[in-house]
Design a protein around this ligand. Structure first.
Ligand SMILES: CC(C)(COP(=O)(O)OP(=O)(O)OC[C@H]1O[C@@H](n2cnc3c(N)ncnc32)[C@H](O)[C@@H]1OP(=O)(O)O)[C@@H](O)C(=O)NCCC(=O)NCCS
Length: 177
């Protein structure tokens, strides 16, 4: 469990399936990740929760976290610190931070607050840099990257076999290359 001023980040359980489904069934959330297809059934939320541990791989600091508000216990959304899949024929191993909030929780600073905690967790675990990748026109997510102090790397094809706008944050003491 990770605690911030207003949030608790904890692993998902199947009790979170309804709320996860209510976030990912919405096109305004789903369109920004993967194939951009909204969830259609609650079963997809349960399957996603089952697969979360494998997304973290063998990295102890990694995880897919439910972002719970301290004031009312509602899960505002999801924040991740996970290995990022390199594109085919690209030889690199990186970790990414990422975020999705339910629309009812946008505009409160929750994504930035949750991601800041994951940045601290990643660097405390010895990572020297963290990446975030966004669809090229995802302004709100790019704004989160900027609020975190990430460097804009422009459009890159190193990850997910797609052209994505990438951002990088170097750990304390790491030179910016
Ligand atoms: C990307 C996404 C998480 C950004 O959410 P967000 O609420 O805009 O981002 P933050 O949580 O950092 O909140 C920042 C906003 O809260 C406001 N805010 C209000 N109270 C605040 C507080 N106490 N502290 C900080 N910010 C606060 C900020 O002013 C800012 O608003 P602005 O954009 O109008 O200036 C959200 O748009 C989303 O879930 N989108 C769909 C999924 C998605 O795109 N995921 C990313 C895939 S790469």
């Amino acid at each position: 469990m990770i605690e911030t001023e207003r949030l608790v980040l904890r692993l998902y359980t199947h009790d979170d399936a309804d709320r996860l489904f209510d976030m990912m069934r919405r096109i305004e959330v789903a369109k920004w990740s993967g194939e951009g297809v909204p969830m259609k059934t609650i079963d997809e939320a349960h399957t996603r929760i089952d697969r979360m541990p494998s997304r973290a791989g063998d990295r102890p600091e990694a995880g897919v976290f439910a972002v719970e508000r301290k004031d009312n216990g509602v899960v505002a959304g999801m924040a991740v610190l996970v290995p990022i899949p390199a594109s085919k024929d690209v030889d690199r191993e990186d970790e990414e931070i990422g975020w999705h909030l339910h629309p009812d929780s946008w505009g409160n600073g929750f994504a930035t607050e949750a991601a800041s905690a994951l940045v601290a967790r990643g660097f405390a675990a010895g990572l020297t840099e963290l990446y975030a990748v966004t669809k090229p026109d995802n302004g709100p997510s790019q704004a989160v990257c900027r609020r975190l102090g990430m460097e804009d790397l422009g459009l890159r094809t190193d990850w997910y076999d797609q052209e994505l706008r990438a951002f990088c944050l170097k750990g304390p003491g790491e030179p910016v290359k």
